[in-house]
Design a protein around this ligand. Sequence first.
Ligand code: A3D
Length: 320
Amino acid sequence: MARNKIALIGSGMIGGTLAHLAGIKDLGDVVLFDIAQGTPQGKALDIAESAPVDGFDGAFSGANDYAAIEGADVCIVTAGVPRKPGMSRDDLLGTNLKVMEQVGAGIAKYAPDAFVICITNPLDAMVWALQKFSGLPKNKVVGMAGVLDSSRFRHFLASEFKVSVADVTAFVLGGHGDTMVPLKRYSTVAGIPLTDLVKMGWCTQERLEEIIQRTRDGGAEIVGLLGNGSAYYAPAASAIAMAEAYLKDRKRVLPCAAALNGEYGLSDMYVGVPCVIGEGGVERVIEIDLVDDEQSQFDKSVESVKGLMEACRGIAPNLR
Ligand code: A3D
């Protein structure tokens, strides 16, 4: 049986890390694509030269021509520009929308059967545009943000409570931005909701709110520390978890930016919701009941995503 083929569209900081992780996890053959000459080829060769040490068999190649992604099973898209200190994700919209148009055409031509995971920011608007530009089925085009946001939340909670990250689950809804909605009721330590942990005296409500705010600002915190570029290790690990769920039909329940078709009262848009990811791509969107402040926070997040979609339509009228 042939190995799976994973195409990485964009070979910058996240693209290179994705390639390395795909190798170490033996997910298949990897093609790195980029418009920058030499970058994908150099990263592919460097990783291939680590394979004898780490003992993986996947083939690695780099390309500047979309023909190289032909027949890919998974495409992970990071092409575009990242944030610089002081910039919001939304400031990237004009540049990255044009990139999504090129990427969508490339995937439509050479990898129309792929499962496509978009990472390029502003995420919820870019994945929506990428699905339209590519014309691929909506269940096969998904955005990565919720796995990362939840992972950040889990890390902060585990270090606050001094417990293993393995025993902390976290649930984050909504758009990937300052309006994301970390849900206290559905985030737990070994099944005990955060709301109960506050009652049990594990931390105060105020401290929990600080951790939630740090989660919302998690991307900006890294941008500020790096001073040049944005996070890449955790974003790459998160997208690889999604790719693995698809390739191995794991039916994992992961928060993803998914196309909504009536769920949560919304359609023709992408926003972060819990999904089942398996061989069918997004096999199910899980609709949970939101209470009081959760619903109002989710609505605010949805409005901000809709604003970005409107800005995209202003630039690319063919998105209507
Ligand atoms: P970076 O290291 O700059 O890599 C981007 C790559 O895209 C570069 O190698 C460029 O040459 C390449 N590129 C630019 N234009 C094109 C094009 N038209 N076709 C093909 N390749 C092109 O950035 P990065 O890897 O750090 O980040 C990539 C994207 O991910 C940015 O938009 C970030 O904002 C975004 N990001 C998203 C998250 C989420 O959680 C959603 C987290 C972190 C970063």
